[in-house]
Write a protein that binds this ligand. Structure first.
Ligand SMILES: Nc1ncnc2c1ncn2[C@@H]1O[C@H](COP(=O)(O)OP(=O)(O)O)[C@@H](O)[C@H]1O
Ligand SMILES: [Mg+2]
Length: 167
């Protein structure tokens, strides 16, 4: 059971590969809470994630539309809450259906709606380290996500820069 797992990727493709490795492991019902500045790689990661979920459509950034839904092995809902005027706007979007539903939901800028996130989720923080380097830190909230991180560590080729076991 891994509580925290950190990778550094060196290209957009590597970030997508990490997303793909995670996507392959998801079964539906998971919420992925992504944080990080503009250009940190959140959307690229979700592009890979979608591939792992066998989505065939092209994933594009939903900044202006707020939610994109894709059909895959399980449904994928992609939120970008950067442009919400207030967190309460989420309620008008019927967010519960996604956040507590049977599909996979990935939320960019999730730190802006922290109070609305389920207790059990996977936080994924993106940090720009250099022009091509991105640190990607996974933090599991809940036992199921700690198991998932253990599986991800086995499945993804590259070595993590650090990992922390559940005490
Ligand atoms: N290691 C990397 N991982 C992801 N993106 C990278 C990486 N190195 C450079 N980039 C570039 O950074 C940008 C990331 O964009 P995007 O995924 O849309 O970020 P966000 O959704 O966080 O705003 C792209 O222009 C991409 O080419
Ligand atoms: Mg984005």
């Amino acid at each position: 059971m891994i509580e925290e797992l950190v990778y550094v990727t060196h290209s957009p493709e590597e970030t997508m590969a990490l997303g793909r490795a995670l996507g392959c492991l998801l079964q539906g019902g998971e919420l992925l809470a992504l944080e990080g500045d503009l250009g940190a790689g959140k959307t690229h990661f979700i592009k890979g994630l979608a591939e792992g979920l066998e989505v065939t459509e092209t994933v594009t950034s939903p900044t202006f539309g707020l939610i994109h839904e894709y059909r895959g092995r399980v449904p994928l809902a992609h939120f970008d809450v950067y442009r919400l005027d207030s967190p309460a706007e989420l309620e008008n979007l019927g967010y519960e259906e996604y956040f507590f539903g049977a599909g996979v939901t990935a939320v960019e800028w999730s730190d802006q709606i922290r109070d609305y996130l389920p207790e059990e989720c996977l936080k994924i923080c993106f940090t720009v380290l250099g022009s091509q380097e991105r640190q990607i830190r996974f933090t599991a909230a809940g036992a199921a996500f700690r198991d998932l991180l253990a599986e991800l560590e086995k499945a993804f080729g590259a070595l993590p820069v650090s990992q922390r076991e559940h005490p």
